[in-house]
Design a binder for this molecule. Sequence first.
Ligand code: PEP
Ligand code: MN
Length: 373
Amino acid sequence: MILILKPSIDTEAAEYKQLVSYLSALQNIELRIHQEQGVERTLTEIHLIGNTAALSLEDMKNLTGVEYVVRVSEEYRVLGRHKADNRPSYFDYQGLRFGQDTLHVFAGLCAVDSPESVEMMMKALRDNGQVCTRMGAYKPRTSAYSFQGYGKSCLPYVFELAGKYGIKVIAMEVTHESHVDEINEALKITGNPTGVMLQIGTRNTQNFELLKSVGRPQEFPVLLKRGFGITLDESLHAAEYLASEGNQKVIFGLRGMKTNVGDPHRNFVDFAHVSVVKRLTRMPVCIDPSHSVGLRSRGVEGILDVMHVTAQGVVAGANMILVDFHPAPEKAIVDGPQALLLSELPHFLEDVQITREGYEKRKALAERIFAEN
Ligand code: PEP
Ligand code: MN
């Protein structure tokens, strides 16, 4: 059960202290308090865990300081959508809104390989009106002998260049909790020129200790990729590890499933799950067409497969696109074969816009037909 408190309730006030002490005295109930700092207000939620079936919804609603109460099902307690649940399906970060109604493109390098590539990428983004990017500094690789990313040594120039070109958010994978400290440290020494969205990759979707440690600090949003060989339900449960530690700024990423059924693509594209995730949870949904397709193949009409599958996700209402670009894909150290060229960025963005308009029209049509019936 979740008690959503009145907006901007003062946690120093007697009213709040009384409420907490009353709830703490309930038998077989554990309390977890979550505070979400929004632009307009601070949202305080008290999560009651344990034998909540014994509690009356009416009694809880009538407690001083409580705005409304949501009785959660067992599924996806914090991030899920529950009956009579009007908690927000968005969060704000770096002046940008990330929600189930918005769309952001995170085009960038799979792996940072030199200051020159980073600068060329950032400049192309700025010239095309973009304020978000992806940059891999810590790369989880199949072989222990492959390049593992430049790690913390590249962070200062990546962040400084982001600031120089007006990039507000960088999606960056972390594979160990120490990476979050390194990112924090590098942001601090460079004067916080940009923001970071921590990414948990498909190989770590069920690394529960990593999820817990990344869920604890709440300043960074987290992009959690679905596991490539587990069910959607298992990946959504994994997202709860972040939220149950306090971080509700979570975006769920679809990146294709590992199976030969998807050949010749690198993974079997799973963007049919965009609307499923939005229905089951309050998380914005990201698609990663690059890791799904894995190559630069092109349809007979000339459209790249990466763009075709992007369109499939966007026309279904995706909220974020994580896509690999590189100034010289043949020289990229990681995932060159799936990278698009900087000269293809305007084409990609226009294609996304056309498809997003298609989604908006489909949504308006469905709303009209629903209202008429
Ligand atoms: C990535 O986005 O760089 C990445 C490694 O993705 P995934 O975890 O989906 O393989
Ligand atoms: Mn990659």
